[in-house]
Design a protein around this ligand. Structure first.
Ligand code: ATP
Ligand code: MG
Length: 467
């Protein structure tokens, strides 16, 4: 027997119907981003090692132990990107900065060498947005409100928003000093990682998942106590704007983010249930110094990244599997060779006209019974039965699966089906006589002798009934 291959550890296939959740997440994001003025940026998956070492910081988990390093043929180190903010900033400085501020979004896979567990994989998908060249709290509020709307639209209203302000290059140093002093006094109680972080990335100690470190972190000084006038007013400004929109959020004075580049506003969207320890669905924040550090003209900026796997886990709890598998609007059932040919042509007409239509396309001699079964199994909303008698009488039989209701459809011939004026059809649908489902419809339309019109209107009504 040939060898069976397995997916690489920590990586996974996103199979249907779960892939539908990703599609949903992406589709809604695209729609929302467009309305908020964010344009898509498509980035490479491979970047130089230095890009992340310099931006994210050498003392971070990502750079210290989570990067997938890929040496190229010249011995230069490339990495599979662990996140996209650094890439967006690189791309902005390289190709967009001359045009001024930019609001960008991306969708794509990220790679981190982590211990795989629920909600934590080595390849995972992120949807993110970055607003570069915007310094005021208005755009901070915009991003948070965008996400709030996004979760509400997905039916996930119970996600909690936490915000904090980490200070800027003026006030952060005195906070850092106070924090290091406090942590040094309590060093004996810290985990090994955090003792090292004390000199490399002390803020990260506040984000450690170790219980002993968490207890120490609870009494640590907070950045809020050290904010300069400008940072404090930025933070107040953001809260005022969020309150104006009546969005509920919590100030979490010890919220920090794991990467070096964050300044001022940081935020997280956390699920209260359903994700276990991996409850952060979105992480975001300001990085006012990064564009300049990466060789651009100084430009304040802010962004977020949303983990699609964690979002999918939450959506799975709301949307049933059967809702995800949408069956065809119509399944064509044929009996005999002539009927097969008729059905085959009709199938593509229906598809071209915007309907999801299906048939047993590669089995012209499949029995009626087995076709019906198949149609049932893939949850078709209706079945159009085409047999020899039906063709002779130019009368097809459309069966609505849920109600069991049957409709006789008269038609003149396939040729007529191709010449449908969809605009005219739409206008028909809008006239009062047509705005109501029921018999009246069927009779009027049968006089039109136009099968596709019938079908189209029929499915339109079907949707109305289901809505
Ligand atoms: P965590 O504290 O959970 O490790 P993080 O701070 O490393 O998160 P970010 O770098 O801010 O996460 O990434 C933003 C979002 O991406 C996270 O909130 C999460 O939803 C998702 N994410 C991060 N790492 C992973 C992973 N390994 N697998 C799946 N999703 C992830
Ligand atoms: Mg992490």
């Amino acid at each position: 027997m040939s060898k069976k291959y397995q997916v690489v550890k920590g990586f996974r296939d996103i199979l249907p119907p779960e892939s539908k959740l990703f599609w949903l997440a992406e589709k809604l994001a695209r729609d929302l981003f467009a309305r908020f003025g964010y344009q898509e940026i498509l980035l490479p998956v491979l970047e130089s090692y230095d890009l992340f070492a310099c931006s994210i910081g050498t003392g971070t988990d990502i750079v210290e132990k989570e990067m997938f390093i890929v040496p190229d043929k010249k011995g230069q180190n490339l990495v599979l990107r662990p996140e996209a903010t650094a890439s967006v900033v690189r791309a902005y400085v390289e190709g967009l900065a001359s045009q001024g501020p930019a609001k960008l979004f991306y969708f794509g896979p990220m790679f981190r060498y982590e211990r795989p567990q629920k909600g934590r994989y080595r390849q995972f998908w992120q949807i993110g947005a970055e607003a570069i060249g915007y310094g005021g709290p208005g755009v901070d509020a915009e991003l948070i409100l965008l996400l709030d709307l996004y979760f509400k639209d997905l039916g996930l209203a119970e996600i909690q928003i936490r915000i904090n302000n980490l200070g800027c290059k003026i006030c952060r140093p005195s906070y850092r000093e106070a924090l290091v002093k406090y942590l040094t006094d309590n060093e004996a109680g810290l985990c090994e990682d955090c003792r090292r972080r004390l000199s490399t990335n002390p803020l990260r100690v506040l984000d450690c998942k170790n219980e002993a470190c968490k207890t120490i972190a609870q009494s640590a000084p907070c950045p809020g106590e050290f904010l300069c006038v400008d940072c404090a007013s930025h933070f107040e400004g953001l809260q005022r704007l969020l309150n104006l929109q009546k969005v509920s959020f919590q100030v979490d004075p010890r919220l920090v983010r794991g990467l070096d580049y964050y300044t001022r506003t940081v935020f997280e969207f956390q699920a209260q249930t359903g994700l276990g320890a991996q409850n952060a669905v979105v992480g975001g924040g300001r990085y006012d110094g990064l564009v300049e550090e990466m060789g651009g003209n100084p430009a304040p900026a802010i962004g977020f990244a949303l983990g699609v796997e964690r979002l999918a886990l939450l959506l799975e709890q709301k949307i049933s599997r059967s809702e995800l598998v949408a069956g065809p609007e119509v399944f064509l059932i044929f009996s005999g060779e002539e009927a097969y040919r008729f059905a085959f042509q009709l199938l593509f007409l229906l598809r071209a006209s915007g309907l999801y239509a299906e048939m047993a396309i590669d089995e012209p001699s499949r029995s009626l019974r087995s076709q019906l079964k198949f149609s049932d199994r893939i949850k078709s909303k209706s079945a159009l039965i085409i047999g020899e008698d039906e063709l002779k009488n130019k009368l097809l039989n459309l069966k609505l699966m849920e109600s069991g209701k049957e409709l006789k459809l008269e038609y003149q011939g396939l040729k007529n089906l191709a010449n449908i004026d969809w605009e005219e059809l739409k206008s028909h649908l809008q006239t009062p006589g047509f705005a109501y489902a029921g018999r009246e419809y069927e009779q009027t339309l049968v006089q039109n002798r136009d099968l596709l019109k019938l079908l189209k209107i029929y499915f339109n009504e079907l949707n109305k009934l289901e809505a």
